[in-house]
Design a protein around this ligand. Structure first.
Ligand code: ADP
Ligand code: TRP
Length: 319
């Protein structure tokens, strides 16, 4: 099975990205043909600072490598190193109904948050479809917020095949339901764009500071609390062993426990969870040329696959 996913280099990666996406990528690479890339064309839709963008691309690559991405098995590259994807996106654009894109909630959400939309942001799902379809992907592991983009990809692919013949592989999404959305320190979805993140490789002191000021409700210590409504518990769910989690759940429901206590334990667990990878990440920080070489090699492998699909597509549409 071919598994493909992309991650935007729009900032340092956070634990929402890890539990919502990267962890699945790393697990799935073991039993599948993994195709993972850094979506730098997509990141341009938010007009990042050029120096920051080029730095984040290498940072994201180093994070993946430190966390165990296997570059022997898995193809790992930078999206813009396969520029034919942009050409393919144009061809797909020409069969994509406007209404399909107008319905996309992630575009509407960004606009309602006050982002001034550019054409790239509107056309974003078409570029994502090109990413997925160029590599004949079967499965696309992403967080729940990306589900609609995979549906759009399927719609575009079906439409293309109906018009030009059975050329494109129709992909499926793969959402890790138990994770759902990881909350940020302010209780909203953890996201680089809300400035509420905890970085995977953030300094331990800073992790502690952030968790200790995470938003909770004001239920007094002695009263029972609802774990399913609590941001701290949502994170404990990700890092605590099942037995310990059960214990916390009972303590929440019984009352007599303050949120501060749960926060302290959460700090320890989050730090322990990522500690084994810190050494490797620190080494990669001083070997950026190596990281660059890994991406260059991956791009060669990715290009070879994409070029085949795009050649078939161009022939089919009469180019
Ligand atoms: P951000 O919102 O920080 O910009 P991205 O949109 O780049 O993050 O997300 C990259 C991947 O990580 C996506 O597959 C997304 O679904 C997942 N993801 C991001 N934030 C979270 C979160 N808070 N909880 C679960 N998954 C998330
Ligand atoms: N839009 C995805 C995100 O923000 C990133 C992405 C780009 C992607 N192209 C993709 C994910 C293709 C899966 C498949 O998370």
């Amino acid at each position: 099975m071919r598994v493909l996913s992309g991650i935007q280099p729009s900032g340092r990666l956070h634990i929402g990205n890890f539990f919502g996406a990267m962890r699945q990528h790393l697990q799935l690479q073991k039993e599948n043909e993994g195709f993972y890339f850094i979506a730098d064309y997509h990141a341009l839709t938010s007009n990042p600072d050029p120096k920051e963008l080029s730095g984040y691309i290498i940072d994201v690559a180093a994070d993946y490598l430190a966390l165990g991405l296997d570059t022997e098995r898995t193809v790992f590259w930078r999206q813009s190193d396969v520029p034919q994807i942009a050409e393919f996106a144009w061809i797909l654009s020409c069969i994509t109904p406007m209404g399909l894109l107008q319905r996309c909630t992630s575009y509407k959400d960004k606009v309602s948050q006050g982002v001034t939309p550019n054409h790239g942001l509107f056309a974003y799902p078409v570029l994502q479809a090109a990413d997925i379809l160029a590599f004949d992907s079967n499965l696309v592991p992403v967080g729940a917020d990306q589900k609609q983009h995979i549906e759009v990809t399927r719609d575009i692919a079906i439409r293309f095949n109906n018009t030009y013949g059975e050329i494109l592989t129709i992909p499926k999404d793969h959402i890790l339901e138990s994770v759902a959305v990881v909350p940020g320190i302010d209780g909203r979805k953890m996201s680089k764009s809300y400035d509420n993140t905890i970085g995977i490789f953030e300094d331990e002191k800073s992790v502690k500071k952030k968790i200790m000021r995470m938003v909770t409700d004001s239920t007094p210590v002695e009263e029972p609390k609802a774990p399913e409504k609590c941001n701290i518990f949502a994170m404990l769910r990700l890092v605590a062993e099942p037995d310990e989690l059960k214990e916390w759940e009972n303590r929440y429901r019984n009352g007599g426990m303050g949120y501060g206590e749960a926060k302290k334990r959460l700090v320890e667990l989050v730090i322990e969870y990522f500690r084994p990878y810190r050494q490797k990440r620190a080494e990669l920080e001083t070997s950026k040329d190596y990281v660059q070489q890994v991406l260059d090699k991956g791009a060669e492998r990715a290009r070879a696959v994409a070029l085949k699909t795009i050649a078939k597509v161009k022939k089919a549409v009469g180019l």
